[in-house]
Each structure stands twice: as structure tokens, then as C-alpha cells.
Design a protein around this ligand. Structure first.
Ligand code: G3P
Ligand code: MG
Length: 233
């Protein structure tokens, strides 16, 4: 079962910052998951629509200019990176799951994908673009079929993983609350990787491992690694 560092190693450092990505790489994760909005012609790595929780600033991220966003600090410590800065920092050392939170224009996203491939030492198979908005994924897949996509769902759909197969996704990503053995089996029958978010506790890690889940998104990869090591030795 592979580990994705959820928003980087966000238990150890401010989420979605270069510090959290460094901690994740130090832990030797398979990959780093990060969240992306397009604002003012730039792509920023940030999870929330509103600024308050992470930056103690009122208002919405999308109502700021790129210049204003560059002056904010996450938890008073770390800058909000652009996607390109994040990709340059990770520099092909592990996989990256780019989760589209806002409607990132495909043309803009591909600028960063091409930057990662041409200037930041990534192989195409190290990049995975995911979203809860399957229309955005379909649009990307039509434009650049070779990019791996991950279809997110916060439910257990009636037709299980059909939605992901229909999108020609590489993987289907589910909220931990709704994962069942039937869902995992269906994903595998359709040739998909099945990943689960957000998984930090020992019992959940054990149960998902027993179900044959392929990977988890965890805030605390160092801890999850210890749990998994205990399962397989
Ligand atoms: O990509 C998995 C997970 O990050 C989706 O939920 O809200 O943590 O971005 P969220
Ligand atoms: Mg996310």
C-alpha cells in the first residue's frame, strides 16, 4: 500500500507548503498530494476557499491578486507556493498528485505540467491530476490523453467505480468513511488503482490494507509507515 503525503507531511509542517513537502520527501513517501487554485493567471497551492483558517486573514483566496497572495503566510510561517515553485522544490524526487480545487484553465495547468517534465526532472508517470470535478478531468484528458487522472468521490456511488473507468482514469480516490470491500474489488475489476483519503489512524490503515486498497493519503506518513511495516513483517 503506497503512501501519499496529504498536503505534504501536514502533521509535521504547515500544509501545502514547501516545508511540508520537504518533510514528506524526508519520509520517503511514494508521492505528495497538493491542492491547487488558479488565481490571476497564476496557480497557487492552497486548500481552502477562505483564507481565515490558514492565514488568519478575512476573505476569499480568489478575491486577492497574485501579488497579495505572495505576501501571505500559512500559520504565520510559510509562504503559499505557486504550483511551479512546488514542482521545482519536489524536483522529481517522488510522485505528485495535483488536486484541482478551483477551475484551473487547462492551458495554464499544462504550462506547469510541461515545466515539471522539461525543467523539474519529472517523468510523465510521476504526475497524477485529480479532482472532485470530473468535467475538468475530462477536459484535460481530451487535451492531453497521456496525463494520468484520478477521479475523486466523497461517496460510494451506486455504480461503484464506473465513473472513473468512464473518464479513463488511472485511479479512483474515495473518502475513508465510504470504502467497502465491494468498492475496492469493483475498482480493481475495472483496472483502476484505488486510493483512500484521509487516513491517519492505525485501525483504518489496518482495515484498508486488508481490503486491498492500493494507497492512502495521510497527514503523517512517518507514522503510517510504521503501522504498515508492522503489518508486513
Ligand atoms: O485528494 C484527496 C483529498 O485531499 C481530498 O480532499 O479536501 O483534503 O482536498 P481534501
Ligand atoms: Mg486535497
Amino acid at each position: 500500500m503506497i503512501l501519499w503525503a496529504h498536503r505534504g507531511a501536514s502533521y509535521e509542517a504547515p500544509e501545502n507548503t514547501l516545508a511540508a513537502f520537504s518533510r514528506a520527501m524526508d519520509s520517503g513517501v511514494h508521492g505528495i498530494e497538493l491542492d491547487v487554485y488558479a488565481i490571476d493567471g497564476e496557480r497557487f497551492v492552497f486548500h481552502d476557499r477562505y483564507l481565515e483558517r490558514l492565514t488568519a486573514t478575512p476573505g476569499r483566496l480568489k478575491d486577492l491578486t497574485a501579488e497579495q497572495i505572495k505576501h501571505l503566510k500559512v500559520f504565520g510561517q510559510q509562504s503559499i507556493p505557486t504550483l511551479r515553485e512546488a514542482l521545482a522544490h519536489i524536483n522529481g524526487h517522488c510522485h505528485v498528485n495535483i488536486e484541482l480545487k478551483g477551475d484551473v484553465p487547462t492551458k495554464e495547468l499544462l504550462l506547469d505540467v510541461d515545466y515539471a517534465l522539461e525543467h523539474a526532472n519529472f517523468n510523465p508517470e510521476q504526475l497524477l491530476v485529480s479532482s472532485f470535478n470530473h468535467h475538468w478531468l475530462q477536459r484535460l484528458k481530451k487535451r492531453r490523453p497521456e496525463i494520468k487522472i484520478g477521479a475523486l468521490s466523497a461517496s460510494c456511488p451506486l455504480s461503484y467505480c464506473y465513473f472513473a473507468e468512464e473518464l479513463q482514469a488511472f485511479s479512483a480516490h474515495f473518502a475513508v468513511d465510504f470504502v467497502t470491500p465491494e468498492l475496492v474489488e469493483d475498482g480493481h475489476r475495472r483496472g483502476l488503482q484505488v486510493y483512500v483519503y484521509t487516513v491517519d489512524g492505525q485501525h483504518d490503515i489496518e482495515e484498508l490494507h486488508a481490503m486491498g486498497v492500493d494507497g492512502i493519503f495521510t497527514n503523517h506518513p512517518a507514522y503510517a509507515q510504521n503501522v504498515i511495516a508492522g503489518l508486513t513483517t
